[in-house]
Design a protein around this ligand. Structure first.
Ligand code: SAM
Length: 130
């Protein structure tokens, strides 16, 4: 068993490999030139959170994430998804690359709308291989 001694202080981007991730400070990574010219988006605006309307807490809405009309702008702190991979699974719709990108973009835009400034989006990406 590996004991993580960095738990209290948190980890930082290491110069080689990634031994652990706990309370991780990734500012070194995001200030690298890889992100030069990219907008920081809502990170630059003052924090503002809108409350969820009564009755929409702890509820599952069985509908497309392309239009989450029950959720106000800036009302969600964390979004986690494993989106359809568009690889012929039962739930897939066999979209062209353009259609797939358009679909994902419409979901990401909607997610961006509902996330508070500094909110996080976690996306599980398929490791499909050749
Ligand atoms: C890759 S699967 C995720 C499966 C899940 N991770 C699991 O292990 O059960 C993609 C899921 O996205 C759902 N989905 C497809 N289109 C969607 C949409 N427009 N909005 C929200 N969810 C959608 C599908 O119904 C499917 O359950």
């Amino acid at each position: 068993m590996t004991v993580n001694n960095n738990r209290r202080s948190g980890t930082q981007t290491s110069s080689f490999g990634s031994p652990s991730r706990a309370n991780h400070d990734s500012s070194k990574f995001y200030s690298s030139r890889l992100y030069e010219g990219f907008s920081r988006g809502k990170d630059n605006v003052d924090f503002h959170e809108n409350p969820l309307p009564a009755g929409s807490m702890d509820k599952i809405f069985c509908k497309s994430a392309e239009r989450m009309t029950e959720l106000p702008d800036n009302s969600v702190h964390l979004m986690v998804t494993s989106p359809p991979y568009n690889v012929g699974k039962l739930y897939d719709k066999d979209m062209s690359l353009d259609e797939y990108r358009t679909f994902l973009l419409s979901v990401w835009k909607e997610v961006y709308r509902v996330l508070v400034p500094g909110g996080r989006m976690c996306v599980n990406i398929a490791n499909l291989g050749p």
